[in-house]
Design a protein around this ligand. Sequence first.
Ligand code: NAD
Length: 257
Amino acid sequence: MAGDPFSIKGRRVLLIGADSGIGLACARAFADAGANMVIAGLDQTKGNTLAAEIAAASGSQVSYLQVDVREEDQVAATVAEAVKILGGLDIAMNNAGIPGPAASIPDYSAEAFDNLFAINVRGAFLGMKYQIPHMAAQGKGSIINLASTAAITGLPFVGPYAASKHAVAGLTRSAALEWGAQNVRINAIAPGPVDTGLLHSMRAGRAEVSSIPPVKVPMERIAQPDEMTGAVLWLASDASSYVTGAIISIDGGVVAA
Ligand code: NAD
């Protein structure tokens, strides 16, 4: 392997779901590592500010595109525009997600279920659908999806969220099997509790409907979003050139317990 296998300098990255939390931490980390980026999310005004700020701090090229991952035409247009801006696509991260409401299955509305799956599952599916062909055409690529420890275990009172993350893991593994021979690697990270708006809203919702405590973390703390970036940058780089179809726990020991 020539050069530094961990380097992603000059690589072309599309990160969808970059407005906050884990996605924003990863966007900063990719740019600091010298990647050129298109970041995408729901809020064009906030996104323009973020892109300018990240570009100024890192010296990397960063553009922002508005996208709602529920909409196929928007995801297709975002990937096409990112390829145009960057001159190709080496790395993609499908990070958009919501916690959905907290309720037992009989109390969970079908509309809330459908919206959750439209973002967490359909969004990741649509991302891969339009990212993979560009990577396959160049014979190389790395896609990182967002699973969760809830892709491995159940999570009471947010069952559809856990189901959505199991689905992301299934899509990730299946896509990895389809595209491994074309050297398009597809993996997911499975974070435990991370200090973001999503976690706090999920915990507040669950506390209202259940006395079941949050999952016990062997390391006895929640993670900060930037603790997700090391594994993500590694999965994006050639240092993980033989890793595909993996669901990598970054969870303070949650699934080991
Ligand atoms: P977050 O709320 O900060 O980030 C979620 C991002 O998804 C936001 O930037 C939001 O704008 C974006 N998003 C939501 N709906 C969208 C849509 N329709 N189109 C485009 N973007 C949309 O929370 P986070 O914790 O950083 O979540 C990031 C990912 O990590 C999610 O997929 C989440 O399920 C996953 N995750 C989080 C935790 C945790 O404890 N925080 C644990 C495991 C997995």
